[in-house]
Every structure is written in structure tokens, then in C-alpha cells.
Design a protein around this ligand. Structure first.
Ligand SMILES: Nc1ncnc2c1ncn2[C@@H]1O[C@H](COP(=O)(O)OP(=O)(O)O)[C@@H](O)[C@H]1O
Ligand SMILES: [Mg+2]
Length: 293
């Protein structure tokens, strides 16, 4: 088995411009590579911008850590299509990636009955939209984020009556009530491989922050979810379109109404191998199954 793993300059080993969180790339690769090797497979880190010839002989390509694709969305989606067109199995598949690349997928899932965070969708947001959100949600803190983005980039938090008159966001936005449980309890991640639960963890922000990402000092702890929480996460996986994904990270936060979906990460999620030591073998087994090995 020859398996590709997409990278970008920010994550590629040896790159002079590696991101501060590129260690997550290394942990992920270190989990998958030996598990594939145990099945006589090899894992090849390849920049997603590399020409198609760089993927010669790969039966399957993991989308991996292309942690800059959101600024080059069309080019990236075209490359995934080209790989698929060349007969390479792309995981997760381009159709699912395309659907998941715009956070409006959350609206689709809500329409299918998934428990999501209430959201206003605004193409060209203004301070008036923020003020409107306080009234709509009956809350006094809101979060504004990009509809296409990751790593909390371009995100801002606002308190009622304190929105700067010149506030703008140069991108289509989504506006949500701020859920204080993010700071008091944390954000949960549930990892699924081929639709089967693998492991779970809670991510907590650094003191004084509300973003759980490692770049902002967040920390993680493995947990054993209770049956109710696990069922809430599994219900999201079961509501996904385009077939069972090879990997899914379901990020949820508790509200007064139970766990709500923050994001279904189906493109380039960090899969938290340290909190789930079985991740590598599970993924290798699912990959082998998919390519008929
Ligand atoms: N409605 C919200 N209430 C509280 N915290 C939020 C909310 N939305 C986002 N956050 C915080 O910001 C982080 C990034 O938001 P998220 O929707 O996960 O986007 P992404 O991870 O793609 O940047 C979350 O992990 C969480 O820490
Ligand atoms: Mg997130």
C-alpha cells in the first residue's frame, strides 16, 4: 500500500516556514506511519500543490494537514478532484470536502435535525448585524467567525454595547451566541474512524481565553464520554451526506439544551493521536479495507 498524506509549507517537515502547531502534523504522521508499515504500507508526505506525478503509485491519499487551503480554496478543491480523476481514492472524498469547506454545512445539518449552535448567516457583516444578533439570541456576548476558515482565524468576540462602529469582516460571516461553557467546561472532540467511535477528549482554553486551539495555549485531556454524549456525537456522524467518512472529528460544546455541534471536521482535522493510542491501527485497518488490501 502506498498512501499519500497532503501537507503544506506550514506543516511539511523541514520547511523553513513551519507553523507553531506543526508538531500536531508530526504526531499524526507518527501515529499513522508505523500502523501502515505493520501492514506493509508506506506513508508519503506530499505538498498538496505538488504536480500529479508526485502521487504516482498512491492508491489512497489522506487529505492530511493542508493547513492553508482556506486561502486557496478553489485550487485546493481542484487538486482533490484531479487526484480522484486520476483514480486515487481521496479521503475524505472531494464531494464531502467541498460540502464541509463552507460552514453553511451546519445549516444543512440543522435542517436535518442535528443539534447545532443557533447561527445568523451574513454575507457582508456590519456592526448592525452584531447588534441584531444580541436581540435575536437574547444574549450579551456573541462570536463572529468566517464562513470559510479554521484555527479561529479572523474570529472576534463582542459584548453588547461595545461593538466598535467601524467593525468589519472582509468575508461572509456567521454570528453565534457566545457559549460560556467553552471556558468553564471546554469543547469536546469525538473521533470516528469509518463511522465507529475511536476516542474522545475535552479541550480547554488557556485562562482568560475562549479559543481551545493549541496555538492559543489550549490544552487537551482524554475522556470516556457517557452514553448520552456519545449518542449526540454519533447522531451527527449519521446525519452526514456523501457516505461514511474515513475520519470525522465532531466538536461539541454543552449548552443548557445538551451538547451542540460546534463543527464537524471532515477535511484536515488534527485527530488527537495522543488521546487515542489506537488511532493509527484503526486508521490503517480502515484504509486497507477501502483499497481492498
Ligand atoms: N459560539 C461560541 N461560543 C463560545 N466559543 C466559541 C463559539 N464559537 C467558536 N468558539 C471558540 O472559537 C474556536 C474556533 O471556532 P470554530 O467554530 O471551532 O472554528 P475553527 O476551529 O474552524 O476556527 C472554538 O474552538 C471555540 O474555542
Ligand atoms: Mg474548531
Amino acid at each position: 500500500m502506498k498512501i499519500g498524506f497532503l501537507t503544506c509549507p506550514g506543516t511539511m517537515p523541514g520547511s523553513p516556514v513551519r507553523r507553531d502547531d506543526a508538531f500536531e502534523h508530526d504526531l499524526q504522521v507518527d501515529a499513522i506511519r508505523p500502523a501502515l508499515a505493520a501492514r506493509s504500507g508506506t506513508l508519503h508526505e506530499i505538498d498538496w500543490r505538488a504536480p500529479l506525478e508526485a502521487f504516482d503509485g498512491c492508491q489512497l491519499v489522506l487529505v492530511g494537514t493542508p493547513w492553508d487551503y482556506w486561502d486557496f480554496e478553489q485550487e485546493f478543491l481542484d487538486k482533490l478532484d484531479a487526484l480522484e480523476g486520476a483514480g486515487v481514492a481521496v479521503c475524505n472524498p472531494p464531494a464531502l470536502v467541498r460540502w464541509n469547506s463552507r460552514k453553511t454545512y451546519l445549516r444543512d445539518l440543522a435542517e436535518r435535525g442535528a443539534a447545532t449552535i443557533p447561527t445568523l448567516w451574513v454575507e457582508q457583516p456590519t456592526p448592525a448585524d452584531i447588534e441584531n444578533a444580541f436581540d435575536q439570541f437574547g444574549c450579551d456576548s456573541i462570536v463572529a467567525k468566517r464562513q470559510v476558515g479554521a484555527g479561529a482565524e479572523g474570529q472576534s468576540i463582542h459584548r453588547k454595547g461595545e461593538v466598535p462602529a467601524d467593525w468589519t469582516m472582509q468575508h461572509p460571516a456567521m454570528i453565534q451566541p457566545y457559549l460560556p461553557q467553552i471556558a468553564s467546561e471546554g469543547e469536546y472532540s469525538f473521533l470516528f474512524i469509518d463511522g465507529e467511535f475511536s476516542h474522545a477528549l475535552v479541550k480547554r482554553p488557556a485562562a482568560g481565553d475562549y479559543r481551545v486551539q493549541s496555538l492559543y495555549g489550549g490544552s487537551e485531556e482524554a475522556i470516556t464520554p457517557d452514553a448520552g454524549d456519545l449518542a449526540a456525537a454519533k447522531a451527527i456522524v449519521d446525519a452526514l451526506p456523501h457516505g461514511t467518512p474515513l475520519y470525522a472529528r465532531i466538536d461539541m460544546v454543552r449548552s443548557a439544551d445538551g451538547l451542540l455541534l460546534m463543527e464537524a471536521e471532515l477535511i484536515e482535522p488534527y485527530l488527537y493521536p495522543l488521546q487515542g493510542p489506537e488511532l493509527g491501527p484503526r486508521l490503517a485497518e480502515a484504509i486497507a479495507r477501502r483499497i481492498g488490501n
